[in-house]
Design a protein around this ligand. Structure first.
Ligand code: PSU
Ligand code: MN
Length: 305
């Protein structure tokens, strides 16, 4: 069955063969759409190192020469991805292939789609997209939510990005039938802070519990994935009042600049970094690394079932 629409990296192929744990990673966060240089590169290194330290194989997803890749090779391939200027959601993958896109970074929706296609069941990100605060007017709801609901992949995230409407994002997950489970918490985190003010209805304590949840859903034929909400480590948490003020400022900024569609998230993230005088960036790195570590723990448990 020859397919040139997607491919696996060599290390991922070997890991699948040997039934070793694998953690898929997105790539938007490691590009200029997610983090400023050189923090983007540091984020990638820290996430990959955390995954390996916990005994799993990291597999960054991206589009290279029109092909959806699970397991971007280090070196030249990774350099191309870090410098990419196209942001690819799930619906863009087919067009990227049809038109031979040079290089694109994948969002959560595209990454989860590629991970599922590759048979990789654990995925890590920083924060997922969700329902935007002005969704009532703009209709802006990230495809991340539906993609998580469609594919049997566990997504580990520090909640959804803080500038979203987190209450409506949680309601949307309930509608879609996606279990949102707190990792050692009964609170839904708010990316830069550990508590959004919204509770989660399910808590897990170990990778083994997540693996058991996943296999129970599989046996029940309950489709789709799971969101594991992993709060930022206490030491890296930002002050809630300060980040709220920064978000308000950033959203006004984005509005003034007339950002629309996929342009909104990168612009708001950059504006938050500016409004916090850069303090949001180390927090973003810390939570991404923490998610990578937890995802690897889950992947190890899934592989040993
Ligand atoms: N989390 C981060 N930084 C990011 C993103 C998430 O810490 O840049 C990206 C993810 O790739 C997510 C995307 O899927 O933003 C959501 O974009 P949109 O709101 O356009 O769906
Ligand atoms: Mn959107």
């Amino acid at each position: 069955m020859g397919t040139n629409v997607f491919r696996l990296g060599d290390e991922v192929t070997a890991a699948i063969e040997a039934q070793e744990p694998i953690v898929a990673m997105e790539s938007t966060i490691y590009s200029a759409f997610g983090l400023p240089q050189p923090a983007n590169r540091e984020a990638l290194v820290r996430c990959e190192t955390a995954i390996r330290a916990a005994g799993a194989v990291p597999a960054m997803t991206a589009v290279i020469d029109g092909v959806g890749v699970v397991g971007v090779a280090s070196g030249a391939e990774t350099e191309r991805v870090l410098a990419a200027t196209a942001k690819i959601a799930a619906r863009d993958l087919g067009h990227a292939h049809a038109t031979g896109l040079d290089v694109g970074v994948t969002t959560v929706s595209a990454s989860v789609t590629l991970a599922a296609r590759a048979g990789v069941s654990v995925f890590t990100t920083g924060g997922i997209g969700g329902v935007h605060r002005d969704a009532a007017q703009t209709g802006d709801i990230s495809h991340d939510l539906l993609a998580i609901a469609r594919h049997r992949v566990v997504t580990v995230s520090a909640g959804a990005k803080a500038f979203l409407d987190l209450g409506r994002t949680l309601e949307e997950f309930e509608t879609l039938g996606v279990p949102v489970v707190g990792w050692n918490t009964d609170r839904f985190p708010a990316f830069y802070t550990r508590d959004s003010g919204h509770p989660v209805t399910m808590t897990v304590r170990t990778g083994a519990e997540v693996a058991a949840l996943l296999s129970a859903n599989r046996e029940l034929r309950h489709p789709g994935g799971v969101l594991v909400a992993n709060p930022i480590p206490e030491a890296d948490e930002l002050d809630a009042a300060r980040i709220d003020a920064a978000i308000t400022e950033a959203l006004e900024d984005a509005e003034r600049q007339g950002a629309r569609g996929p342009g909104v998230t990168p612009l708001v993230l950059a504006a938050i970094a500016a409004a916090t005088e850069g303090d949001s960036v180390p927090a973003n790195l810390a939570l991404a690394e923490n998610n990578a570590r937890v995802a690897a723990e889950i992947a190890v448990a899934v592989a040993s079932r």
